[in-house]
Design a protein around this ligand. Structure first.
Ligand code: ASP
Length: 453
């Protein structure tokens, strides 16, 4: 059987939902369907999830009446779709559900916002199931809480709890017909609604595919393939027909947002292939994410070039740093105390740079950290490098090839891009270059031309 997930753009309006249901019905193995909330559509410039966040904020700032008023626009959007699909009666369940969420306790704003946000997916599943039934299918909406989707109580950033896999497997395997399951949320052990990070419906689909040991997890979005570079940076980049989990993880890390980066873990552990496909072009085979490249794909050295901006480097120098036991631990402790997760730590003999996302250093955090490093570690020099981008060259095959780093650095040098940091992990699945953000696109283009064109 297949678990199949549709993103927001595939569910944005009635035209899209008809396409989605045709895809579901065309293959009887498509038994479990995960849906996002309606996203941006031809006539709808705003994603439902963003509309719901605004409604939650309106309620938090100006009371439940203001929230209810904002919610009416969301209800209208669903009513419009339901009408176009000829299933207006489903609004008898959907409209009260949206309104009821505005009456929930608002004393914990993140908890309240999660309960409101989750309504987008929840009602998208009710709507899709109703339309499938109208088409004559046996289809049911399944509530994640009832099915055993237990998550940690990190509101807006939840993680799956281990017992969920068995609970989901037991409850869903016992059901017949097509299961329509809302993505993006679950419940805490105390029964509260909690969401994954944004884009989290991909995670729901991956969890269900792993729990049910699906043959494949089909993830339908609005592009034919994952491409070897961002089409906003490179014109007509090459499609990637096959990619490994590790390569995809590296590409997602550095800005390929076709598939939520946390959504690889459940399928990776269970060894279930993921097929990224286009709901607007279902005959295209799309990109397959697998654990190993088969013999036919062994010669692929570089799979793609990705780039992400918004990093800051903190360079620390101290004479005889290499001899000082505990220096690294004390330095990293300062970052831990500030709740900062760092990305890279390239080192020299007497120096070390910590690279982290710039958003962590706002509101005086940077100067606080610099003062602590200087006071507590007695350093000789600290320099801050803001506005960094990371360019990541990804490919498992680089391990077996000689000269990729030479080609890459030559391409960057020919393009006049100065490299602030180079890092290659021992897995050799990726090579990372930190460059000034002003040079980043030029760098990506040079690397793509040298390694992929
Ligand atoms: N609707 C949620 C979002 O916009 C989750 C998802 O679509 O995957 O982030």
């Amino acid at each position: 059987m297949k678990v199949i997930k549709f993103g927001g753009s595939s569910l944005a309006d009635a035209v899209q939902i008809r396409k989605v249901c045709d895809i579901i019905i065309s293959d009887p193995e498509r038994r479990v369907v995960v849906v996002s909330a309606p996203g941006k559509g031809v006539n709808d410039p705003v994603k439902v999830t963003d509309m719901l966040i605004s409604a939650a904020n309106a309620a938090l700032e100006n009371g439940s009446e203001a929230g209810l008023q904002a919610m009416e626009t969301v209800i209208e959007r669903y009513a419009h779709i339901a009408h176009d699909l000829g299933v207006s009666e489903v609004m008898e369940d959907i409209a009260p559900d949206f309104r009821a969420r505005m009456a929930l306790d608002r004393s914990n704003p993140v908890k309240f916002t999660d309960a409101v946000k989750a309504a987008g997916e929840d009602n998208s599943a009710r709507l899709t199931a109703a339309y499938l039934r109208k088409l004559g299918c046996s289809a049911r909406y399944v509530n994640p809480g009832d099915a055993g989707m237990y998550l940690s109580d990190d509101f807006g950033n939840a993680q799956i709890l281990p017992q969920s896999y068995t609970l989901l497997s037991e409850s869903l395997s016992a059901m017949d017909g097509i299961i329509v399951f809302p993505g993006f949320f679950g419940i805490t052990e105390s029964g509260e609604t909690v969401t994954f990070p944004r884009g989290g419906s991909d995670i729901t689909g991956a969890i269900l595919a792993a729990a049910l040991n699906a043959d494949v997890y089909e993830n339908f979005t609005d592009v034919d393939y994952v491409y070897s570079a961002n089409p906003h940076h490179i014109k007509n980049p090459k499609p990637i027909p096959l990619v490994t989990y590790r390569e995809m993880r590296e590409l997602s890390y550095a800005g390929f947002n076709v598939y939520q980066e946390e959504a690889l873990l459940p399928v990776y552990r269970a060894g279930i292939p993921v097929n990224i496909r286009n709901a607007n072009n279902p005959s295209c085979p799309g990109t397959l994410i697998v654990s190993e490249r088969g013999a036919a794909n062994q010669d692929v050295r570089v799979a793609g070039v990705a780039c992400d901006k918004g990093f800051t480097g903190i360079y620390v120098n101290k004479y005889l740093m290499n001899r000082e036991i505990g220096f690294g631990r004390k330095l990293l402790q300062i970052f831990e105390d500030e709740g900062i997760s760092y990305e890279h730590t390239p080192t020299g003999i007497d120096d070390l740079t910590i690279i982290a996302r710039s958003e962590f250093f706002e509101n005086g955090t940077l100067s606080r950290i610099v003062a602590r490093i200087s006071d507590e570690l007695g350093t000789d020099d600290i320099q801050i490098h803001e506005g960094l981008s990371l360019i990541v060259v990804v490919g498992e095959g680089m391990k077996h090839a000689v000269g990729i780093a030479a080609k890459a650095t030559k391409a960057l040098s020919d393009a006049g891009v100065s490299i602030s940091m180079i890092s290659q992990g021992s897995s050799e699945v990726s090579m990372i270059f930190a460059v000034d953000t002003d040079d980043a696109i030029r760098g990506v283009t040079a690397l793509y031309d040298a390694l992929l064109a």
